[in-house]
Design a protein around this ligand. Sequence first.
Ligand code: FMN
Length: 198
Amino acid sequence: MPSTTSFKVLGVAGSTRGNSYSTRALKIALDHAKARGAEVRLLELGKATIPLYNPSLQQSKEIQLAAEDVAWANAFILASPDYHGSMSGTLKNFLDHFFEEFAGKVFGYVVASHEKGLTVMEQMRTAVRQCYGWSMPYGVSVNGEQDFKAGEISNERIAKRIKMMSRDLIVYGALVHEQFVRDLGGLDPDTFAARYRV
Ligand SMILES: Cc1cc2nc3c(=O)[nH]c(=O)nc-3n(C[C@H](O)[C@H](O)[C@H](O)COP(=O)(O)O)c2cc1C
């Protein structure tokens, strides 16, 4: 059984709104991961101001700091508001800066939506899959005004679901990541990890 004690989870908050519901739910998810022994970091894209991806430009300090967090992480939780059925442009721009860094890492998803946020999660899953990241089969959708009262989560069902997602992310995330690292260091040519060997 892989150990989860030094497992590292990066939460990426894709809302720039003050008092964002998706960011609040993400923070709760990170607290649960921490309670289960994982190390956690939060990257708030509303504060980190990652420049619009431009391959011709030199990497800025902000993107270098974000890149350190991405390299550090063994798994991710991406949180986004539902904007026209899509992830926020801020979050998509963050993802555009990375590619190979996501391989062999498991991703969990949080969406703030008045609907169910399913199309948003699908788009995040598509982007992650293109980078050979592994997605959890379910996510958490919060409907801000209904699920939060006075800044605290008031929907018991959603609260339980966030807790379950954090638990599954670190348990399944550790299994996938440890196997990926083993494959990376191995000689078997018949694994997708072979393409990441140096
Ligand atoms: C530009 C824009 C587009 C939006 N589109 C949708 C939408 O298609 N479906 C929906 O349920 N909510 C939509 N919303 C509402 C937000 O998803 C909702 O307010 C959410 O709580 C914002 O997330 P946050 O609190 O994490 O910032 C939209 C909001 C904005 C500003």
